[in-house]
Design a protein around this ligand. Sequence first.
Ligand code: PEP
Ligand code: MG
Length: 753
Amino acid sequence: MLEVLRRIILEVNGARNLDAALSTMVRRIRKAMRTDVCSFYLFDADLDRLVLMETIGLRTQAVGQVTLPVGEGLVGLVAKREEPLNLEDAQSHAHFRYFEATGEERYSSFLGVPIIHQRRMLGVLVVQQSEKRRYDEADEAFLVTMAAQLAGVLAHALATGSLSRPTLPGGQATFTGVAASPGMAIGEAVVIAPPADLNSVPDLIPTDVDYEIERLKEAIGKVRDEIRSAGERLANRISSQELALFDVYQQMLGEAALSQEVVKRIREGQWAPGALADVVRRHVQYLERVDDDYLRERAADVRDLGRRVLAHLQEGTSATPDVYPENTVLVGDEISVAMLGEVPRDRLAGLVSVRGSSTSHVAIVARAMGIPTVLGMVDLPLPRLNGARVVLDGHRGRLFVRPSEELESRYQSMIDEEQALSEVLEHEQDQPSRTPDGHDMPLMVNTGLAVDAVASLKARIGGVGLYRTEVPFMITERFPGEQEQTRLYREQLEGFAPLPVVMRTLDIGGDKDLPYFPIDEANPFLGWRGIRVTLDHPEVLMVQLRAMLRASQGLDNLQVLLPMVTNVSEVDDALRLLERAISELGEEGVSVARPRVGVMIEVPATLYQLEALARRVDFFSVGSNDLTQYLLAVDRNNPRVAELYDACHPAVLSALSRLAVESRELGVPASVCGELAGDPAGALLLMGMGFEALSMNAPSLPKVRAAVRRVSLEAAQQLVEDTLLLDCPLAVRRHLDDRMGEWQLGHLLPPKD
Ligand code: PEP
Ligand code: MG
């Protein structure tokens, strides 16, 4: 028994995600105990109920549908007493309660044990048998040990958010995440996974088992054909030993092996891609563990075959639907910028993902595109969401699945109101961003996307305050060359000329990885980021600087911005490279003016070296997103600490205010290009502090302009003075809300409950 236990634990720990781990576990326990049913109920503290999360033996459809309060039914009794319950004839027990959805009336014997971690009851593990059987002491000990082992894994999954909670029976379910891009949407959830990635296939319950089996067979057939013709093509070119590998592949794909197991898994209630991923992973794990070099190498073959079959399965599945429904709300474990681009803009109503937070990259892109987005929705039941009607609230960070009629119509009227407001604001967009007391507050935009509609913006802004060059780098498959970059930058510079365009040198690292230049670190936000990377790779920085300079020829509206600066020596090194690029180009007959150069103030250390920096550069641009994360020691990408992340924290505001004053004394213009500048109340604070320009996503412009046009500089200065007296973020937010209300600007703030 110990060996069985050890193996199950190994498998559970090695599973793709907790859902897969639970599914493996109940199957293994059922087999080890030679019993009919094994089920796992999770205690959902928010609902205060136990929810059937996984079962083998009861109807799969009951998963997520059967819930019961602690104390009710036999499972509820186990949870309440926090001790095992072993019954030969369950139905005669006073607490027995029959759930039709499970079909459990057939089972007489019952053994349930609580899962407890650090005194907290997390759920209940149950086995059942149709004929009367008294589970013996060994059975009970086995299940108790299993539950104790599971407790640690489960607690970890709950803490890290990797456990998905099922939706409630039929009706509306609400999930909360991090509000990442404002706006609201009503639409249909489309669950997507990156193509042919076995690790990110969502679990979905098949609607038509036969169809799933049919398309699995078709996909396997296609892979067999591919391998056959590849073998034939190579027959003369490789050794017979290598050629034999193709036969091994063919055998693996044969009816008796992989496919039968996948079919079985489909019948157990998993769609074809999920079933394939489960089976392949199990085989790979097994092969990787055996003590035989030849077999270990086969693990890679199985994985490869799995990917090939998956690629065919995904040709016509929801991983990349042919036609996205109107008002698609894209849902995924992690949504990349590239995935975003797959859905036609006119069909994309919203975005939801399990990972990420409000300042992660996809959030920034979503805001630039004006797509309501909620990220970090850690308990989202991906398997059960596809096709569901949803209401997405990007202001409050909520997703309502299968909304009630009343909720939907309430949201519809809020959406209508927002639409009406934006039409009203549109009327004053061509007016200057001037306060009633005559102060001009230049508004600029953050760009980086081809979708940025240059023409309509140009007349309304003071220029581009931040062009994030890493965005085009993220959607290519290698570092773009000098010519390619020159073309891209020229488009920006020309498009906005004669307005200034601040181009930031490549700011990768942190959460911004390039697919072809992965950076794997324990603490990416404290690691190799921004200028640290580009100074270590002068060949990359040189190409970029040369491309920027070349692109600016004859326009002279380029300004260069250095991200993630910590030491003045980094600025010196970058300036040296810039000079070199200018003189190299000169030697090549391309004469360019030296652009103005700025430093991003986002690492707290720079706040204390403004004077030294001022001697070297022409302007400061405050990255309030990173400055907040580093001042507060809160990872801007981690949903678990998202509540702590607040650019209106008094410490951040006080740092910003001092920075504005000092920059002025040093005669260096300072602007802000973090998200705070796009928040109407935040923008008024920054204006009152004395910043010289505010740069934001284009969709934020109308509200910020409206705020600036209604509040005098004097009033904004008073707002700063009063706000700086407050000592916690909540007090600041309340104060800002109150003042905005007094100024009749409440409608510019995100709606509250
Ligand atoms: C910032 O940190 O505030 C900023 C503007 O840069 P990014 O969000 O791209 O890191
Ligand atoms: Mg930054």
